[in-house]
Unconditional design. Structure first.
Length: 308
């Protein structure tokens, strides 16, 4: 099972024009189609901490690195990036300018669509190599590009969004599932798979990130023993459950500091920390500056933290 790479890939001018039409500099913009966004940067960026939901990133122009744990994935025209679970990712734009901004399409991926394709076509999971973490990249082919172009053409036509867009989304998902590295994407739509069970716990941690972490309860939710749960969790996310929760707390804290809340102590308590000093240490370790020193930088930087 592999994607057809026999044809050279070039990004159609129309796809770039449509992507720019629905973009804003320095922003992640939702399009009229639910689940489809356009992200744009007119300049290079430092590390940007985000939580990615299950989605595919299709780069139309420019380049970006996405880091998960100690692995770095290159995102550029000709390659797509798939995240199959809710994961903390550090992104860094490497190629962008006002004349040629970094532009990418972000399309949410849904377990139901993956499941339907598996059932209709009796697809088998790939056995190719995978990193273990629930992300992968692969080469774009012309079929995938054409499907994204058809999807973008529906945005200004309500009836097309209702009829054509769901077909294009299903087609895109199907092409992604052809990658030899898509094993964990297949698991997204497989009931009872390791990824599906760990995803239950990820949703619970995100829902209750400010509450004390109860690993035994999370393991029970995933229908695993505590030891098996810990092993699977770290393999798929590159983090332990407590590290995952800590990143969610710190990213939420940074959002609060970037918008309206100036009181660092209040922010620490709001996101679940019992010790403001521990909060400041963890914050400095992740973001490179103390919360008090970071506030001004955040106010002067668009999209200091994007959670999606």
């Amino acid at each position: 099972m592999s994607m057809d790479r026999s044809e050279p890939i070039s990004i159609p001018k129309e796809l770039l024009e449509l992507s720019l039409k629905y973009s804003q500099p320095g922003s992640l913009v939702s399009t009229p189609l639910e689940g489809l966004s356009v992200i744009r940067s007119d300049s290079l960026s430092g590390p940007v901490h985000s939580v990615y939901e299950p989605s595919v990133c299709y780069v139309v122009q420019g380049a970006k690195n996405a880091s998960v744990g100690n692995k770095v994935y290159r995102c550029e025209p000709g390659r797509f990036f798939v995240c199959s679970a809710n994961l903390p990712v550090v992104g860094e734009v490497l190629a962008a300018s006002p004349e040629a901004p970094y532009v990418a399409l972000i399309l949410s991926l849904h377990s139901r669509t993956v499941y339907e394709i598996q059932e209709e076509l009796d697809l088998q999971k790939p056995t190719g190599a995978a990193d273990g973490v629930a992300v992968f990249t692969d080469e774009v082919n012309s079929s995938l590009t054409e499907a994204f172009l058809r999807l973008m053409r529906t945005l200004d036509k309500e009836k097309d969004r209702q009829i054509v867009a769901p077909l294009a989304i299903k087609e895109i998902t199907y092409y992604l599932m052809q990658s030899p590295f898509s094993r964990l994407l297949h698991e997204l739509g497989t009931r009872g798979s390791g990824l599906e069970r760990i995803s239950r716990s990820l949703r619970k941690i995100r829902q209750d990130f400010a509450k004390p972490l109860k690993v035994d309860a999370l393991a029970q939710l995933a229908d695993m023993s505590p030891s098996a749960f810990y092993e699977h969790f770290k393999k798929l996310t590159s983090l332990s459950p407590i590290q995952y929760q800590k990143q969610l707390r710190l990213q939420e804290a940074r959002k609060l500091l970037a918008t309206e809340v100036n009181d660092v102590t209040s922010v620490a308590y709001n996101v679940g920390y019992e010790s403001p000093s521990q909060f400041s240490r963890d914050y400095s370790r992740l973001f490179g500056l103390s919360p008090s020193k970071d506030i001004q930088n955040l106010r002067n930087t668009a999209n200091a933290t994007e959670i999606r």
